[in-house]
Design a protein around this ligand. Sequence first.
Ligand code: ZN
Length: 268
Amino acid sequence: MDGSELQRRLKEVGFYRGRIDGILGPLSVQAIAAFLLHGHVSAPQSWTKARRVLAAKQLVCRTEGIETGPIDGLMGPQTAYAFRVYAYRHTGGPSPFLPDRDSTPPNPEPATAPPLWPRQAQVDAVFGGMGVHQVRLHLPFPMQLSWDRTKPVTSFFVHEKVHDSARRCFERIADAYDAAARRETGIAIFGGCLNVRRMRGGSAWSMHSWGIAIDFDPERNGLNSNRANARLARADCLTFWKIWEDEGWVSLGRTRDFDWMHVQAARL
Ligand SMILES: [Zn+2]
């Protein structure tokens, strides 16, 4: 979103009366201040002009439902993502749901070949020790913590080797399901990822111990769930599962008809 685009948006909502020339002079600065105030964003005196401008752009994204994270005037990964979505919608930018060519090395594998994840018995050989090599996965949309719905989850730890694949999945999920659909299906309810523990009802280590399994909406997709009663077994979740399966991830629900909350980057 460049300066002209911001001016255009500020004009639309009645805060800017100057020319659309991309030059952020006093009229624009005034409009930005009014816009932030109107959006209940407290912009401290210490913020630079550049930071206020960025905050205004974040607020523009938020007003049209693009998840941009906190309106803080800082260019974090969530904001970068929001701006890509905005550019895609409004100014003919590339799809934000594909890897960013500038920051991601070209994938030598054709897009149709999913990563081949190890079998469960070989995960320690491939992923190393339990609970290590973890990196933060930033989500393209906020999730809610299952056991405390007031807690937004904007990122969580995953194994570094599954990070890029999981990120691609979440980006495609964001594309396929809007906020209402994510709420309805429970896709936006986070039930945990990294957790060094034994499998429930077994003695082997859970795939969660390596940060290569993710649980969604555990309340409605329990360990004893099945096709008949699991929320994630319904038809409106089929795309969700196809997205994971395109990347080689395995759903215990889809393959074994239990534990419908769970998807993992390991074969059975
Ligand atoms: Zn699980």
